[in-house]
Design a protein around this ligand. Structure first.
Ligand code: ADP
Ligand code: ZN
Length: 772
């Protein structure tokens, strides 16, 4: 370290040489005993004299990296605010980027000719540039009051270099640490493209693009203004009392708040948060979806005023940066946010709430593949805080921890005002097909129920968890299908008539629907299967005067479309809302009295051991959207598996029975939560290469496990259901065992023993939620 450079604090930003560049990093460890051996180079500058990121959050990131088998450099970007980009109108224009040179760093360190000392403005510019590994575009410097002539003078002295660059739309992180700042940037767009599962799952918190707070606050909150002063129900009172005592004990505890849909969990969170705040500690409130943050934040603002901040990836960079700084400065008591908010720079955390803890959106499907619920528990443990996991349909993992006594279980068994849960009717679609032919989409009972709601001026939700118009196209002559050229799936038809397109839900490849079969030239191409677009069209055709809208990822691609749609529905401007599981999540729409499930079977067809759990959760949650106001609710569930236990027990809303039944299956098959699971997928250019590499890893893990007599069992290698993705072949292996650490170490050793490029081609997922 150069003379005069102080020992930096954990979490401080430092400028370090990396190759021929200077980059900004975050200090994760104060000393490095092996420094001389690995040839570390000295820090050039320390930018902060105290921690920029709280040390406990740095430690949390290190835990996350290790547990999820990622690099520390992959986890650090989770901790940092994005840098405001300045004028977005500059996107795509050619502009100049300024970067600091080595001479510039020396100048900052004081080695300047006495005749030419740095002016305060020049110093300021150099400080800014020293903290920006990828440089700063000149308009952004101008926005910070650095005039053009100051920039050209620095350039003439050789303190900075200027290059022309095309500015991409992705925001660049000023603090992008590590060697690949671009890969780790917060760019919502690039995250989405990189996420190999983004196209499949409907949970894409980043798909909405950034939205301004102004639009968001246009969505009204779920409660009336008098909410703050209202009387708790007896059950809420009891639950709050228990949770307050747990929070007051001052130590780490986890409580599972198991409350049926509409039981008033949010009210309990708010009162508990107030108690924690009054005791001088702070609150982290996690929700699964960006769409749920505005309503939740509004409720918290009613109780906490301006000391509430929001953190999620849908905020614009500038907004996100400001919120981050407010949290860091200590002016905030409550942070409301999605999974990334678990790394918020909040200190003195006394309570972490994970609402809808079972939701798969808490899992990040890209490196580091963390589950924010589990990171929240670790954060709570380190902070000596109470962690509350809330759900009407707890995950198998959380419920079994509660059953084992590891978590305190707190229940809300009734809805507020003793409102009844929705009455559920199951429609056996095999009978409908027999009576009306194979093309029925809306059954007789569902049609009658929608008729009824329209006549009474009430609202209906219609769920089908599959996007598009038709799910495949096939040739009547050769039976061939039109498949994605890059992935092993068939293309999905979107749109009708002239706007008809066939699209891959994994890689977004799109083509016009050809008039003839690409395999045999046959002229009779048929569409099969149906998705939300088709349901929407059928509903419009059946009730031409009804106001119908659709809510799925395709419908809300445009920025601001989602809050606008939710606001219209809440304000009664939509009668029937058709959508994917996005309509099932957490929303509180008091005028919905009917929920129709077009096909409860969509999830059951997926080759995933969690299929039954997902189906049970989705059906219970969507039925829970009905009857939350004064009028009782009804749910109609169409299925060809009326006797599958996930369907039957969801219709009876019997969580306990489902848990017991599902646990038997998990025990028999040795799946989580009975054992731990790690998924590894090998990517390669050919199928044979993927399988060979995977087989070699399997062998090495087996040999290692045998030597260590460890409880590590490998399954595979096998081509996963998605054998080909984005032009690459994939081979999968699953490892089960009782010790996650042992599994991880065995796998990492097996990968490290392979060729150098293997590391890059294997994606390791610890506690995977998706094994496709
Ligand atoms: P959950 O999250 O458990 O499904 P919510 O927290 O959304 O349920 O509450 C359901 C509805 O009941 C909301 O409209 C909420 O404002 C209302 N509510 C909650 N608690 C009370 C109460 N004590 N008195 C009256 N209404 C309540
Ligand atoms: Zn594809």
């Amino acid at each position: 370290m150069p003379d005069g450079v102080p020992t930096p604090a954990i979490g401080a930003r430092v400028v370090v040489p990396l190759g021929s560049r200077l980059v900004t990093g975050i200090v994760v460890e104060a000393e490095c005993p092996s420094a001389s051996r690995v040839g570390l180079r000295p820090i050039r500058r320390v930018l902060d004299d105290r921690s920029f990121v709280p040390p406990e959050v740095v430690a949390l990131a290190r835990w996350t990296a290790e547990y999820y088998a990622a690099g520390v450099g992959d986890a650090i970007p989770l901790l940092l605010p994005p840098m405001a980009r300045g004028d977005r109108a500059d996107a795509h224009k050619t502009t100049r980027v300024a970067s600091i040179t080595a001479a510039g760093v020396s100048a900052l360190e004081g080695s300047v000719p006495a005749s030419r000392p740095l002016t305060p403005k020049q110093r300021e510019a150099l400080e800014l540039l020293a903290a920006a590994p990828t440089g700063i575009v000149t308009p952004d410097l101008a926005a910070r009051g650095i005039a053009a002539d100051a920039i050209s003078r620095l350039d003439r002295h050789g303190y900075i270099s200027l290059r022309h660059a095309r500015v991409e739309r992705d925001p660049w992180s000023m603090f992008g640490a590590g060697s690949e700042p671009v890969r780790n940037s917060f760019g919502a767009r690039s995250e989405l493209v990189r996420n190999p599962f983004g196209a499949r799952s409907e949970h894409a918190p980043n798909a909405f693009g950034a939205r301004s707070e102004r639009v968001q606050s246009g969505v009204r909150a779920g409660s009336d203004p008098e909410a703050a002063g209202r009387q708790l129900t007896g059950e809420q009172e009891t639950a709050l009392g228990r949770l307050r005592r747990l929070a007051g004990s001052g130590g780490f505890r986890v409580a599972l708040l198991h409350g049926v849909t509409g039981s008033g969990k949010t009210e309990v969170y708010i009162r508990l948060s107030a108690a924690v705040r009054d005791a001088g500690r702070r609150v982290l409130m996690l929700v699964p979806e960006i769409a749920l943050t505005p309503a939740t934040a509004t409720l918290f603002r009613a109780a906490f005023g301006e000391r509430v901040a929001i953190q999620h990836s849908g905020l614009g960079d500038g907004e996100r940066h400001d919120q981050w700084q407010r949290i860091r400065s200590g002016d905030i008591d409550v942070v409301v946010g999605t999974r990334s908010a678990v790394f918020a720079p909040l200190e003195q955390v006394g309570l972490i709430v994970v609402d809808e803890e079972h939701d798969t959106s808490y899992k990040q499907e890209e490196i580091p593949r963390y589950n924010a619920r589990d990171v929240a528990i670790v954060r709570g443990q380190r902070a000596g805080a109470l962690v509350v996991l809330g759900s009407a349909t707890p995950s198998m993992e959380s419920y079994s921890n509660a059953a084992a006594g590891k978590y305190d279980r707190v229940v809300l068994e009734r809805r507020v005002f003793d409102r009844p849960l929705a009455a559920v009717t199951v429609v056996d679609m095999r009978e409908e097909y027999a009576a009306q032919g194979p093309d029925v989409i809306l059954s007789g009972p569902l049609r009658a129920a929608i008729d009824d709601r329209l006549a009474r001026g009430e609202q209906a939700l219609v769920l089908l968890n599959r996007r598009g118009f038709a799910t495949s196209i096939f040739c009547r002559q050769c039976a061939g299908t039109i498949d994605c050229p890059n992935c092993s799936v068939s293309l999905v038809v979107h749109g009708e008539g002239n706007s008809r397109r066939a699209r891959c839900h994994y890689c977004d490849y799109t083509q016009r629907v050809a008039p003839a079969c690409p395999h045999c030239g046959g002229e009779y191409l048929e569409q099969a299967g149906f998705g939300t677009e088709r349901v929407e069209a059928d509903v419009r055709a059946a009730w031409p005067h009804a106001r119908v809208a659709r809510l799925d990822r395709d419908a809300i691609r445009r920025r601001g479309a989602l809050p606008a749609l939710l606001a219209r529905f809440r304000d009664g401007e939509i009668d029937v809302l058709v959508g994917t599981q996005m309509i099932a999540k957490g929303h509180d729409f008091p005028r919905v009295t009917l929920v129709g499930v077009v096909s409860a079977d969509v999830g059951l067809g997926i080759a995933d051991f969690r299929a039954a759990e997902r189906t049970f959760q989705l059906l219970t949650q969507v039925a829970g959207r009905a009857g939350r106001g004064d009028q009782p609710g009804e749910a109609i569930v169409q299925t060809i598996h009326p006797h599958h236990y996930s369907v039957e027990l969801a219709c009876r809303q019997d969580y306990a029975a489902f848990f017991e039944r599902e646990l038997r299956f998990r025990r028999a098959m040795r799946y989580p939560p009975v054992v731990s699971l790690v998924n590894a997928v090998v990517h390669a250019r050919t199928f044979a290469a993927a399988m060979n590499d995977a087989a070699a890893i399997v062998q090495r893990v087996r040999d290692g496990a045998q030597a260590a007599r460890g409880d590590v069992h490998v399954l595979g290698p096998a081509p996963p259901p998605l054998g080909r993705l984005r032009g690459e072949y994939r081979a999968q292996l699953l490892i089960k065992g009782t010790s996650r650490r042992r599994i991880r170490e065995a796998l990492q050793a097996a990968i490290a023993a392979g060729r150098a490029d293997l590391q890059r081609r294997v994606v390791v997922d610890v506690d995977p939620l998706n094994v496709l």
